[in-house]
Design a protein around this ligand. Structure first.
Ligand SMILES: Cc1ncc(COP(=O)(O)O)c(C=O)c1O
Length: 392
């Protein structure tokens, strides 16, 4: 069968090969139980009261009907109130807010609303795969801004000429940053937004970890002057409220962008079920501070795993946000010709610990491995010991 050419650009070989290796391991090649730390999918429970409000709403007949726009109005109002209380930013619930079925969905669909085939668009390398995936779906001409460890994974905007900035139509990025676990800064976002305004380009900021910065307040595009003209920001209930499987997220941004995204989505989905929205409304209105209760949990996981992994002299940067460790390949193994993917496969085969090869997030992630801290701390510690044994 002849399928579309764009599929070739979409396929992420690294992730599919990692999945196949995990499957092979589970089907019997390995002798220790799999500890899967390759996905940023939380093992922690969402707030019980949020689940309860969903459960109550699920009995309402309207929850099993298609949810049209009017149904999302209470959700949009909850988002607007959350933006005011959380960030001190005033947004119009009807003009500036859009419900999403995950921020992944939003970042993947936005380029269809902004770009024509061939339009130049910028992304970070490494980055979350839906950022590049969405650009490929829209037929964009992709330009990457490589991040480097010696710049603490902060982008160098001067690397692009003013003429290049002028040509760009969209820049998709996000801090706190997956996979490098750097939080970024408000100055960084302000300078990006300033470029958006000066060069007439849409700035899309993916911010699902806004409440999970462990060191300092995470940056927010909505605090950067100019967002209501050229900016759009994506938030999610997946990470802060541990609701990943429920697919609840939202975009807040410039009115034309929100309207355009809504138009694209109108041929794709009928919004999320009212019962799930009810839970999200409850989370935003009554459990806005709840994500902070996760900080001690992720801090303990981070510190205990780091103390095991560093005990052998492995130099690993301390992550600034929850959920991930970003591990450099030990020099000794690099010199033996191992790369991130071959090393991740070897670690999996010999220890049953699944990590993500950094190159899955882009070429600049080569030589790095991502570990998601998504198991209880004792299991993570066990994984760290197994990992060290495998490296020896
Ligand atoms: C940067 C980034 N964006 C989006 C997502 C997906 O979020 P959601 O569950 O809201 O689609 C993730 C998940 O790991 C992520 O790291």
């Amino acid at each position: 069968m002849r399928l579309s050419k764009r599929l070739a650009a979409l396929g992420n070989g690294v992730f599919s090969r990692t999945d196949r290796s995990k499957l092979a391991y589970q089907q019997g090649t390995g002798d220790q139980p799999l500890i899967d730390l390759s996905l940023g999918s939380s093992d922690l429970r969402p707030p019980a009261e949020v689940l309860k409000s969903m459960a109550v709403a699920i009995d309402e007949p309207s929850s099993s009907a298609y949810c049209l726009e009017a149904g999302t109005a209470p959700f949009r109002r909850a988002v607007a109130d959350w933006c005011r209380q959380r960030f001190g930013v005033s947004v119009d619930p009807d003009r500036h807010v859009q419900l999403l079925v995950g921020s992944q969905e939003g970042t993947a669909h936005l380029p269809l609303a902004v770009l024509d085939p061939g339009d130049p668009a910028l992304h970070l390398d490494p980055c979350y795969p839906s950022h590049t995936g969405g650009l490929h779906l829209a037929g964009a001409s992709l330009l990457s801004l490589p991040l480097r460890s010696d710049r603490n994974w902060q982008p160098d905007f001067e690397a692009l000429s003013s003429g290049t900035w002028d040509q760009l139509k969209l820049f998709v990025f996000g801090y706190p940053h997956n996979p490098t676990a750097r939080v970024g800064s408000q100055e960084l976002l302000d300078s990006v937004m300033d470029r958006g305004v000066r060069h007439g380009l849409v700035i899309a900021h993916d911010n699902p970890y806004v409440d999970l910065s462990l060191e300092r307040e995470a940056p927010v595009l909505l605090r950067s002057p100019g967002w209501s003209d050229w900016g759009i920001e994506f938030f999610s209930l997946s990470k802060g409220w541990c609701l990943g499987g429920f697919r609840l997220a939202f975009a807040v941004g410039a009115e034309p962008l929100i309207q355009a995204l809504r138009q694209v989505k109108s041929v794709v989905d009928f919004n999320q079920s009212l019962a799930l929205q009810q839970g999200a409304i409850h989370a935003l209105r009554h459990c806005a501070a709840w994500p902070r209760t996760l900080h001690p949990v992720y801090r303990e996981r981070r510190d205990r795993v780091l103390s095991v992994l560093r005990s052998d002299g492995w130099s690993i940067p301390t992550p600034e946000m929850a959920l991930y460790l970003w591990l450099p390949l030990p020099e000794r193994l690099r010199q033996q010709g191992l790369n991130d993917e071959t090393l991740a496969t070897r670690i999996l085969q010999s220890s049953g610990v699944a990590l993500t090869p950094g190159s899955g997030f882009g070429p600049a992630g080569r030589d790095w491995l991502r570990m998601a801290l998504v198991r209880p701390v004792d299991e993570l510690e066990q994984a760290a010991h197994r990992l060290l044994d495998a490296l020896r």
